[in-house]
Design a protein. Sequence first.
Length: 405
Amino acid sequence: MSRLVDKRFVLPFALITSLFFMWGFARATLDVLNKHFQDLLSISITQSTLIQATTYLGYFLMAIPSGIFITRFGYKKGVVLGLLLFGFGSLLFIPGESALSFTIFLIALFVIGCGLVMLETAANPYASVLGSPETAASRLNFAQSFNGLGCILAPVMIGSFLFSDEGGSVGLPYAIMGCIVLLVALLFTRMKLPEIVSENEVKEEINSSGPSTIIARLLGDRIFLFGLIALFFYEIAEISINSLFINYTTSDGWMDKTVASAVLSFGALGLFMIARIFGSWIMSFIKAEKVLAFCGCATVVCALLVVLEIGIISKIGLFGCYAFEAIMFPTIFAITISRVKPGYVKLASSLLMMTPIGGAVGTFLMGAMADATSMSTSFIIPALGYLFVFFYSINRLFANRNRII
């Protein structure tokens, strides 16, 4: 069995893995802000989904510039710039709260989104190439497990603070997070992160004809494009459920807001992290495509159980979605990026990191459906997202695996 990480890359892998925790914490905090801003600013569920829409618009618009920047200047400078944007955006919550302005909050979240996509564009492909190609999906799932740890801690820490009887300040946790992130940026400026492959050929192509040549070549490949669309649909499902978890669990009096934020952390996202670790292990001896197909089918069933509103079975279905979706993003990402020539990996990663905009689309559609019908009915949206992932996994099981862009 191949090693998960080459010995010479253990320290770089550990450093990069720490970033997965940081953006997991930041993204999971959004799931608490939805309900908090609904109460604080007296806005509807649909209006509150602008939180996700604005953050992931930052992902969408900054993804390709991130890939170009990292291709030209390397992983390390990409990480540092991403951390600076992340930290600056977090500090913007201070004037946002002072003015109690939803607009300033949205601008802050947009800047944070720009920083996070820079981090993810660098870290995802970097983690995937720090070892044997055969263990890429397993390695990326392991690194993404620390993303799950950040997701666990954020809702309970931020939620218990914001939903306390005294009503905590939303600016304070973001100010603390911003200062920590800027300190980490300073740390990374002093660390050595080796570049894995020489990309002179790609740099020359970018300088001579622009990145559009490479992007067109990537998008013109059916395998890569299918993986890109599969990630988009996965984000529709995953982000929309996370964003409206508290709304769902409080809509019928099942939980109050404080309990719901704790259950989101230790129940749903804790299960998510454990399932991702288990998935990383099981994919060391079962093909990633087979595991993905099984999980794709299971998530469709679980989401439909929520739609049907059949008591405790629907509640189990909700948590089943978290368990079976856990391996989807890193597995689809690793399968897709493995089809790309080494020199094109950074730009390919930037295209794949545009897909969280699907979360903004899914959250808006789910929120609008919830306002018009019910929270349970709105789970049709993530069910459709999971269904596409299932079709993708079946295609990958039987398709030609040797094609390289």
